[in-house]
Design a protein around this ligand. Structure first.
Ligand SMILES: Nc1ncnc2c1ncn2[C@@H]1O[C@H](COP(=O)(O)OP(=O)(O)O)[C@@H](O)[C@H]1O
Ligand SMILES: [Mg+2]
Length: 394
């Protein structure tokens, strides 16, 4: 064994070393490409929680499409939090969709020409929308730019694929989805343009589009929901990654990985990455598990858990810690009786704080007032953080 490379890629958006599973999703996408080429586009959406593999799947779609002769624009939507201007949102999309294609925009004669006429400066690296211009209706603006792009590219591509990642970042301008929908439904677009839109969003982030604009959410069906790996898939995942690495994990360690991550892709990568770093003579055994777990909690803490935990006030944290001790759904009375004994909290205080935690999406509320903290690593993190808090208060 000369040099050892850690095969796990615990970074969101970084292409995994080996792309595992998703056969159904890929088959579906390939069919959508074919259908679009045949004039029957079915635009759809990929939904999944943080770290479930949305970005990686879109990248895979892009690789597949371009291999099969279709140009692809993959846009990672920037955060428009609180911004309301439909105009800015549409300008941004038009610009990004063109810039993220694998060809230089200077080759898009009709597209760039028309934009220049309305006063937009087009360069290879970005556009400049001057203040005076494009005051008109954003709907025809988006429509005509999509038509122009197609007329520039029609001889170079079978289908023009537009992948919009993290579309939830545009939820403060939810009307933008109507513009996309209306454009895609225009007769000329349906008949003449081979355009396929695929969106990706978190479950929660997609809700505003469903509520405020009923038909919009339904337009992007089917919804492809990304789930965690099953137990056997998790083991296969680890074995595939470790093959040829010169390192192996014991059965017990693999079981622990599943126990803590429940097949959550990002968590599996982080934990396995730290475990791999703890190998001794090429073996990873239970005696190095705790230390890898600690580092995993630090990593996930910085990236996700700290913010979630700290969004809760001090009484909320007490209630949260009671809930976090057990896995699965717990009734209000179960939580209350422990919170009362341990922290002398009154019934209404527990109730109010539980509801606040639900609102902040730290806790999940299920039917009939049962509550849970789903993520086992997060539960482990909460228990540790509370132990630290209690230590300080002693
Ligand atoms: N199909 C896959 N096989 C193996 N690893 C994957 C796969 N999809 C994603 N990953 C890994 O999982 C982690 C999260 O993926 P990412 O695409 O960033 O998720 P999301 O965009 O949903 O937050 C990353 O470390 C990535 O490398
Ligand atoms: Mg992502």
């Amino acid at each position: 064994m000369n040099s050892i490379h850690n095969p796990f890629t615990p970074k969101s958006g970084i292409e995994p070393r080996f792309f595992i599973g998703r056969e159904g999703e890929i088959k579906f996408f390939k069919q959508a490409l074919k259908d679009t080429e045949a004039g029957r586009p079915s635009h759809f959406i990929v939904l999944g929680d943080w770290g479930s593999g949305k970005t990686s799947l879109l990248k895979e779609f892009k690789n597949i499409a371009q291999k099969e002769g279709s140009l692809c624009s993959l846009v990672s939507v920037r955060d428009f939090e609180g911004e309301k201007s439909l105009r800015d949102g549409i300008n941004y999309l038009v610009e990004e969709i063109a810039l993220r294609l694998p060809l230089d925009v200077s080759r898009f004669h009709k597209f760039a020409g028309d934009l220049t006429q309305v006063g937009v400066t087009v360069a290879g690296t970005g556009f400049h929308f001057s203040k005076e211009i494009v005051r008109g209706d954003p709907q025809p603006f988006f429509y005509s730019n999509m038509l122009n792009l197609w007329s520039d590219l029609r001889n170079e591509t079978k289908v023009l694929v537009v992948l919009l990642d993290d579309i939830q970042y545009l939820s403060s301008i939810s009307a933008i989805m109507s513009i996309i929908r209306n454009t895609l439904a225009e007769e000329k677009i349906v008949k003449e343009v081979k355009l396929l839109f695929v969106l990706a969003s978190t479950f929660h982030g997609w809700k505003p589009f469903l509520q405020r604009n009923h038909p919009i959410g339904r337009y992007f069906t089917p919804r492809m929901k990304l789930t965690n790996l099953s137990e056997s898939e998790t083991y296969k995942f680890i074995e595939d990654y470790l093959e040829h690495s010169g390192v192996s994990f014991s059965k017990e360690v693999m079981k622990q990985v599943y126990h803590y991550t429940e097949g959550h892709l990002y968590e599996v990568h982080v934990l396995c990455n730290h475990l791999f770093n703890n190998q001794i003579k090429g073996r990873v055994t239970p005696k190095v598990f705790e230390s890898a777990l600690e580092r995993t909690l630090d990593t996930l803490g910085e990236e996700v858990f700290d913010d979630l935990f700290e969004s809760a006030g001090s009484t909320e944290q007490l209630v949260l810690s009671v809930l976090a001790e057990n896995k699965g759904n717990q009734s209000f009375h179960e939580v209350f009786s422990i919170a009362q004994k341990r922290y002398a909290l009154q019934k209404n205080v527990v109730a109010v704080n539980l509801e606040r935690l639900v609102k902040k999406r730290v806790v999940k509320k299920l039917r009939r007032a049962t509550y849970s903290v789903d993520d086992t690593l997060f539960r482990t993190y909460i228990i540790q953080r509370m132990a630290e808090v209690n230590e300080v208060n002693k």
